[in-house]
Design a protein around this ligand. Structure first.
Ligand code: ADP
Ligand code: MG
Length: 243
């Protein structure tokens, strides 16, 4: 299997608070990996280290065979290969839906306006938001905003999509529409690393589940193994509280 991202001995501390301790795992091409664990276990920090929104305190992040923490590495370029979707959407409130999905392509990838527009429309269609291209974010529901945020990330044609609890801020009736889009992306062979509390979804879509607790990876494996027959007591306790 082709490794896209390989995390080796990753550490992250805030002051003397160790938030990630010797984290090791791999995301292979075309794989969907779900990261689960209690609040405060370090899941967001791990994603933020992967896209360098946080600077790791130690360890390696290998992207397509190169350690991106190496000083020589072009971090800006690396970031363009990652699409990030946050809990709070982070759309540009002053831009309409279409423009939200175009600006990054034009500014970062230097695509022409027309090319950016066509690509934005393609992905807005995939997430079912092509009818709303002129709407401003405030006119949309949470589920619609999140689908636009997903289209915006996809429009950059990233190699890996990172999702940090994309449905946690949504009203329950809107969770399904966002999960449906993510399921479609997973079925289409996109490489995805997803932090989620949606266990049923995680079990259905993921090739692998990684369970984190207090900054360490406690266990990982096939969803049936981790969610149905967990090996560790910490995993069992977490699942008992969650399911
Ligand atoms: P999770 O996403 O699993 O809920 P986080 O990665 O957000 O966990 O947080 C893990 C720990 O790191 C928490 O104890 C949190 O308070 C701490 N933490 C996260 N970001 C910062 C920061 N910028 N400064 C200090 N502590 C932080
Ligand atoms: Mg988090």
């Amino acid at each position: 299997m082709e490794k896209v991202i390989e995390i080796k001995h990753l550490n992250k501390s805030f002051g003397n608070h160790e938030v990630l301790r010797d984290v090791n795992f791999t995301v292979n091409k075309g794989e969907v990996v779900c990261l689960i664990g209690s609040s405060g276990s370090g899941k967001s920090t791990l994603l933020r280290c992967i896209n360098l929104l946080e600077v790791p305190s130690g360890g390696e992040i290998i992207y397509n065979g190169e350690n991106i923490l190496n000083e020589k590495h072009d971090i800006k370029k690396y970031r363009t290969h990652l699409g990030m979707v946050f809990q709070q959407f982070n759309l540009f409130d002053n831009h309409n839906v279409l423009k939200n999905c175009m600006v990054g392509q034009q500014k970062v990838l230097k695509r022409s306006k027309e090319e950016a527009k066509q690509n934005a429309l393609k992905y807005l269609k995939i997430v079912g938001m092509d009818q709303y291209i002129n709407a401003k974010p405030r006119q949309l529901s949470g589920g619609q905003k999140q689908r636009v945020a997903i289209a915006r990330a996809l429009a950059m044609d990233p190699e890996v999509m990172l999702f940090d609890e994309p449905t946690s801020a949504l009203d329950p009736e809107m969770v399904g529409e966002v999960l449906k889009v993510m399921r479609k992306l997973a079925d289409e062979g996109n490489t995805m690393l997803i932090v989620t509390h949606e266990m049923e979804f995680a079990r259905e879509v993921s090739d692998r589940i990684v369970f984190m607790d207090k900054g360490v990876i406690v266990e990982e494996g096939h969803p049936d193994q981790v969610l149905v027959n967990p090996k560790h007591d910490r995993t069992k306790e977490f699942l008992k509280r969650t399911l």
